[in-house]
Structure formats: C-alpha cells, structure tokens
Design a protein around this ligand. Structure first.
Ligand SMILES: Cc1cc2nc3c(=O)[nH]c(=O)nc-3n(C[C@H](O)[C@H](O)[C@H](O)COP(=O)(O)O)c2cc1C
Length: 178
C-alpha cells in the first residue's frame, strides 16, 4: 500500500463536497465593540468542555466580526431555529454590520454582545484563546452565561443547503445535488 500522505492532498472542492455531508446546526456569533455591533453566521461551532463550560468557533481570518471579538474580549452565540433561516442568510452576507442588525430584535446579557431574540439557546463567552489555523482563527470561549429560548425545531445546514429537523428520526433535507 502506498503512503496516504505521500499521495498528496484531495482538491479543495472534493474536500468541500465531502464535508458538505456533515450536518450541522446554524448559529449567529456576535460581538459589541466601540458602540458597534458585529456578527456573522457560523456553523463551525464545537462544545469543548462542561467544566469549565467552554466552546470553540472557527472564523475565517478575513471576517469583519473577528476584530470586534478580539478587541472586546467576548462573543455571544445564538443557536438558530428553523424559523430563523432569513437571519442566517442575512448574517452570511458581506454587508456592513449596521445593515445586518437593522430592525432585528436583539437583547443583551452579561458581555454587551447582542443575542438574537427567539433563538433556541444562547451562550455568552469570555474569549480565552485565539489559535491560528491556516486562513482561520479558532476562538476558544469560556461560557459566562447561557439562556434557553423556545422549544422550536433547529435550523440545519446540510449538502450546502438549509433543512430542519423535527426531532430524532425526522430530518427534512434540502433536495439532492446542491
Ligand atoms: C450556513 C453558513 C455557515 C457559515 N459558517 C461560517 C463559519 O463557521 N466561520 C466563518 O468564518 N464563516 C462562516 N460562514 C460565512 C460567514 O457567515 C460570512 O462570510 C459573513 O459574511 C462574514 O461576515 P463579517 O465579515 O461581517 O464578519 C458561514 C455561512 C453560512 C451560510
């Protein structure tokens, strides 16, 4: 058998297609700095530990929200419900922060970062580490406050499209081939 490492890397598009088969939830990660709110849609979210409660998000180094998180030393994660798909779409757009938050109902907890009203749950974090990873930054956060929202269905991202899940065994998926 040939050495798998020596065989080289898969083309990025092939890797993207493979990872598109990894179903995730969808969140909005936000920060507040110098009187401004910033935020983006994130599905690279990982719960790290229960004690201390901590989580990790992976952000492209070029996103506008990253400097706001680093400068404020804090961020918040709102876990979106299936009925909040338009919020996910809005926060994934390359538009000025002010536009993303225009007429969006939010509230604030301990860190000053905005939390999306009606989200399934939210966690506010103190930024404890920033680890460079290629063109991304892994942000480790110690959770300082959580809140639970309505018991709605989650928004799901799978095969590069949105779906929803009514509960175990009833995943509704986007049409194939996307
Ligand atoms: C479903 C979905 C998940 C995403 N997940 C991430 C992610 O985990 N990390 C990331 O850096 N960008 C992610 N993005 C892209 C950002 O939301 C997008 O680049 C955004 O415009 C960045 O906003 P900003 O530059 O104002 O911070 C995702 C987009 C979508 C639609």
């Amino acid at each position: 058998m040939s050495d798998p490492v020596a065989r080289g890397r898969p083309p990025p598009e092939e890797f993207r297609r493979a990872m598109a088969r990894w179903a995730t939830g969808v969140s909005v990660v936000t920060a507040h700095h110098a009187g401004e709110d910033a935020g983006l849609t994130v599905n690279a979210l990982l719960s790290i530990a229960l004690a201390p409660p901590s989580l990790l998000v992976s952000l492209q180094e070029s996103v506008d929200t990253l400097p706001a998180i680093e400068a404020s030393g804090a961020f918040a994660v709102s876990l979106l419900s299936a009925r909040q798909r338009s919020i996910s779409e809005r926060f994934a757009r390359a538009v000025p922060s002010r536009e993303k938050f225009l007429d969006l109902p939010v509230h604030r907890g301990a860190t000053g970062a905005p939390l999306v009203d009606g989200a399934l749950a939210a966690a506010e974090c103190r930024l404890t580490a920033v680890v460079p990873a290629h063109d991304h930054r892994l942000l480790l956060g110690e959770v300082v406050r959580v809140e639970l929202g309505p018991e709605d269905d989650p928004l799901v991202f799978f095969r590069s499209g949105y779906g929803s899940a009514e509960g175990p065994g009833s995943l509704r998926l986007p049409p194939p081939g996307r």
